[in-house]
Design a protein around this ligand. Sequence first.
Ligand SMILES: Cc1ncc(COP(=O)(O)O)c(C=O)c1O
Length: 390
Amino acid sequence: MYDFDSPIDRRGTDSVKWMAGDSCRSSVWPDVIPMWVADMDFASPPAVALAVRRRAEHPVYGYSMKTEAFCRSYIDWMASRHGVGVERGWLSFSPGIVPAIATAVRALTSPGDGVAIMPPVYHPFRNMVEKNGRTVVEAPLSRSGGRYGIDLGALDAACARSRLLVLCSPHNPVGRAWTRDELEAVFDIAERRDVIVFSDEIHGDLVYEAGRMVPSLALGGGARKRLVAAWAPSKTFNIAGLQASFIVTPDPAIRARFDAASEATGIGSPNCMAQDAVIAAYNEGGPWLDEALLHMRGNYDALAAGLAARVPGVEAYPLEGTYLAWLDFRGVGLEGDVGPEIVERAGLWLDAGVRFGPGGAGFARMNLGCPRRTVETAVDRLAAAFGPGA
Ligand SMILES: Cc1ncc(COP(=O)(O)O)c(C=O)c1O
């Protein structure tokens, strides 16, 4: 029903992904393909574009109030899509998840405190901790047999020195959707070490196998007593530029601390375009998302099959969640920061793994929110640059 394959020219829209920066310049390739920052090259669901157009037609763009319909659309989505009951009173607004991480760090820890993260992980986690004067404590993921996991021993040791854990679920960039057992083990450690968990679930709607996403809000035991869960329609429906996210904190004392820190930043209500867009997305975007997931799963399959057949030295890790493929280039002799070499030799602008911290050297992250043809071209270019006989 929806078109994910016709290319849409995003140049001239101030797109971060498509702006021509130094990192995408190649002396060989005039047309480096941007497959990095995590937004999709697809049109958002038609209902979203309609809602934004309708709102834009009214020429007064003043302050807006957070509406019940806005909150309700998210609550209904969580119930119907994930089978999770969310109470209205648990919700706080944040324009983005990254500002919410910063707010949580300021609200729930003190200067100098440890904040645990599990690298390789989305790089703003580290930045938000360090730029707010706290100390990053690393619990690197484990990797064996072509699969990443949570190193519970390392996590326990990290939590022993931390007040807060910033969890990425599903995990960007390695593509894992954590199982219930894994998440329960994480929350057991958090409880034992008295650590609050900020669970960034921005990719929570982008899990390929039905029922495979386990929202931390669905965990039993005492998980909800130490949880700040962060959700957003931004990745799900490709509306990150509209800046609206939901921070869900069941525990009243933790929520009060988060809200006080949020108020101290002056963050107020959603912008006047965002609410109508979010309501349309959650209420009407489900069929679009189902098709987008099928398309992106197909993109991953095309990439993995193409690499296995034509570039066996580059390994694609399994993709359970997110539309970001995690690729190991060490088998073709690349090490450290692989970004510039991939731009120069293959004309592809990927996110170099080193951005994501320890464990990222020799790796790169490829964004699959694009037409199939883009993935096929990427495989052609990788084969020419790094395939046997290249
Ligand atoms: C794990 C994760 N968290 C947060 C964000 C961005 O959040 P926001 O744009 O809402 O600040 C991203 C974007 O790539 C992400 O991958």
